[in-house]
Design a binder for this molecule. Sequence first.
Ligand code: NAD
Length: 269
Amino acid sequence: MTDLHTPGGAVGSPQPTGRRAVGSLDGRRALVTGGASGIGQACATAFAAAGAHVTVADIDADGAQRVAASIGGEAWHVDLADTASLHDLRLDVDILVNNAGIQHVRPLEEFEPDRFSFMLRLMLEAPFLLIRAALPGMYERGFGRILNMSSVHGLVASPYKSAYVAAKHGLEGLSKATALEGGAHGVTSNCINPGYVRSPLVEKQIADQAKLHGIGEDEVLEGVLLAEAAVKRLVEPDEVAALAVFLAGDGAGMISGASYTMDGGWSAR
Ligand code: NAD
């Protein structure tokens, strides 16, 4: 007789019952990397407001502590670029947000090799190691939500950001591979692909590009970053967090291996 059972339930069986309401993460445990600032802080705050217990992981110990205290969560002071320290990790979380990242703007022929490998460690190898650490617990409980903070530059390239573009394209592949392996265990994996979000990372990028092109910062914002967007403003961090809450929810169990752009229409052309 054909065995119709998978670890995720009988094939063709209805949705699991007892689902939380849309927008509720009640009782879930979440880990948000880079949670001390910008998008990560907004996700940590929104997850806590939705009922999750949140651990804020960041290299910025004071920032992580500050955000954790403000949401009744915990802080984890960690340098995620020190990937060897993550090899033996085991994480007991229901929701993992791989969000920590940095930007570095430099023409390819001048791009520092050490900086390139550093960025790949932080933005690709660390997400792999955290996913690897979280999956066994998620598999045991039959539930998991992995959110990878990619970028529109995970889908299309941009000049002078070779390490960032390479890391984010890699993250897209890692996310899809995770979706394929995790699906039978109730684990979904998705990418969020913001355009330019109002955060310290983008402020630094605007300053770097102004220097590179010899133009003013306003000109970079209007003439370069927002030139091709349909909606002529930066994305707000809490707009990204609202999507993250939805994707982390019980109702998003059939969304996996996907990439969600939030770029004010930039990629529509
Ligand atoms: P941000 O600079 O505000 O926050 C990044 C956080 O990561 C900081 O708290 C920082 O301390 C932490 N971090 C940096 N290096 C770390 C390390 N070695 N170990 C642990 N933590 C570390 O940036 P943001 O704009 O909120 O970006 C968050 C994520 O969103 C990044 O992955 C970024 O690539 C992505 N993203 C940002 C934008 C944007 O426009 N801001 C657009 C698309 C994607």
